[in-house]
Design a protein around this ligand. Structure first.
Ligand code: FAD
Length: 482
């Protein structure tokens, strides 16, 4: 008998329950990856995600071959049709996969399961992506949690750390099927090749994920509570793209952090580790929200906020995208994103607040830019986080919280090291002025070699004025609601 192992966002061999199950049957396996972008609609991967996917698939394919297998079978098309064709071609009697939870993917998977059942082909799916599957945790009234802290408490109290599944020594799949060539998918940019900065920063694939995790639990996890908000430092794990593509699972991360803490300080949950695991739980909370509210990426959770009179301002949106707003911490973040495909969480909040509140541009426009440029673009995390900043989401920042880009910069980048890295034209300014160059005297600017409007933009909005405009726009919809 042959078993199809359908890899999706579980691009790893270790701790992969679907693969482990298939191998435990002792049957021939055919590992498959299906490019089913058409099924995904707006959820199809953006440019940075496609770049990552290419590297991740190459790594998985090589790992399978090193273990004696014939490598991944690549196919394009609606998954149901592709799986049906593969069953015909290989005579497979079973299909296994690890679940994903985007609304479109869940609809696809349930259709597929029903179709396989009518054909008499076994279908089994597993959880490899989350600590706790969405839908499991409910509050005392049996309703989904709407607030993070009780959700996290319930998660912590409910879940049991499962035993890990080692990577198999051998994956000898002697049944193969015709495969497309990954190169023909053209997932990487050619001209212009904007991805060189991504390649310098990241190593997509399971081995790259394991290295990041090992380095992080070696030291930074213990300082996480103190350093996670400082974008100039490597104080966070940078595991997000690896987690998104399933090159590492959240339980592997959990086990590694708690084991390192137990070995180092004799306590699996010291402060830094506890804080880190709670951030990992925000990922769970986002998945949980998307599961219960499939419109999360497109509609405000608090519906009145869909009546905010967003501004249509293409030049301002473009200045934001390119990191040319005149606010150094905002520009540094957007340039870090463009150069590396990633941005520090604190700075994501600052740039998102700036777009939504200072520019009064619809959060969905920002989410779309992130979707295209982030290597960790994730439907649930992205939508939930943008709604959090917009104040329209679950357990969100209150609508009247408008981040001040100057004081945020001064607090979280006090020496200006982050700004100097990503906006080097400002490097000569003293620390006291680097977050507000327009407050420098002509003499100070000239000493730093900066001409505002030439070397670096003057602010495209006045924050104090913009803040009032945003509060008025928000209050208008709240008043209407009363
Ligand atoms: P660490 O601090 O090391 O955290 C470990 C892991 O926990 C992360 O890898 C991530 O999987 C998860 N995590 C941490 N913080 C959050 C959070 N606030 N929400 C959800 N999960 C979290 N994260 C994405 O993975 N994809 C996105 O598309 C995304 N879009 C965002 C958009 C906005 C506007 C904001 C404010 C945040 C967004 N985040 C997103 C959340 C967060 O910024 C990133 O997960 C984090 O910066 C990744 O860096 P790290 O791996 O070093 O995180």
């Amino acid at each position: 008998m042959t078993v199809l192992v359908w890899f999706r966002r579980d691009l790893r061999l270790t701790d992969n329950p679907a693969l482990a199950h298939a191998l435990s049957t002792g049957e021939t396996i055919v590992p498959v990856f299906i490019r089913d972008d058409e099924d995904a609609g707006d959820g199809s991967p953006g440019a940075a995600s496609r770049w990552w996917l290419d590297g991740s698939l190459q790594a998985l394919d090589a790992d399978l071959r090193r273990r004696g297998g014939g490598g991944l079978v690549y196919r394009t098309g609606p998954a149901e049709a592709v799986v049906a064709a593969l069953i015909e071609e290989t005579g497979a009697r079973a299909v296994v996969w690890n679940r994903v939870y985007e609304p479109w993917a869940m609809r696809r998977d349930s259709r597929l399961k029903a179709a396989l059942k009518t054909k008499g082909v076994a279908a089994r799916s597993f959880n490899a992506t989350l600590l706790c599957e969405p839908g499991w945790l409910r509050n005392k009234q049996r309703e989904p949690y709407k607030v993070f802290t009780p959700f996290w408490r319930a998660l912590r109290a409910t879940v049991q750390t499962p035993p890990g599944l080692p990577a198999p020594d051998r994956v000898a799949n002697d049944a193969t099927a015709p495969s497309e060539r990954l190169e023909d998918w053209r997932l990487r940019p050619t001209r212009p090749d904007w991805a060189s900065g991504l390649a310098a920063e990241w190593s997509p694939g399971e081995a790259g994920a394991a290295r990041r995790l090992e380095a992080f639990v070696g030291q930074a996890v213990f300082d996480y509570a103190d350093q996670r908000n400082l974008p100039a430092l490597a104080g966070t794990s940078r595991l997000s793209p690896h987690l998104h593509f399933g090159e590492i699972g959240p339980w592997q991360v959990w086990r590694a952090a708690t084991t390192a803490a137990q070995a180092t300080v004799g306590d699996p949950f010291p402060g830094g580790v506890e804080t880190f695991l709670s951030e990992l739980a925000w990922r769970e909370f986002s998945a949980h929200l998307l599961f219960h509210v499939p419109t999360l990426p497109t509609a405000a959770l608090k519906p009145e906020y869909d009546r905010v009179a967003w501004r249509d301002d293409p030049p301002a949106l473009e200045a934001w995208r390119r990191g040319r707003t005149g606010y150094p911490i905002v520009d540094a973040g957007l340039r870090e994103l463009w150069a590396t495909g990633w941005m520090h969480n604190r700075v994501r909040m600052i740039v998102a607040s700036f777009l939504i509140k200072d520019l009064l541009i619809d959060w969905r426009q920002g989410a779309a830019w992130f979707w295209d440029t982030l290597v960790d673009a994730d439907l649930a995390n992205n939508a939930a986080s943008w709604q959090w900043v917009a104040g329209s989401g679950a357990d969100a920042a209150p609508y009247f919280r408008v981040f001040n880009p100057v004081s945020q910069g001064q607090t979280f980048d006090p020496t200006g090291a982050y700004v100097r890295r990503w906006a080097p034209e400002l490097a000569g300014l003293p620390d006291t002025l680097i977050h507000a160059p327009w407050t420098a005297t002509p003499d100070q600017l000239s000493k730093a070699g900066v001409v505002l409007g030439r070397d670096y933009p003057a602010p495209i909005v006045d924050h104090a004025v913009a803040r009032h405009r945003a509060l008025d726009a928000y209050r208008a919809v709240r008043t209407t609601d009363l």
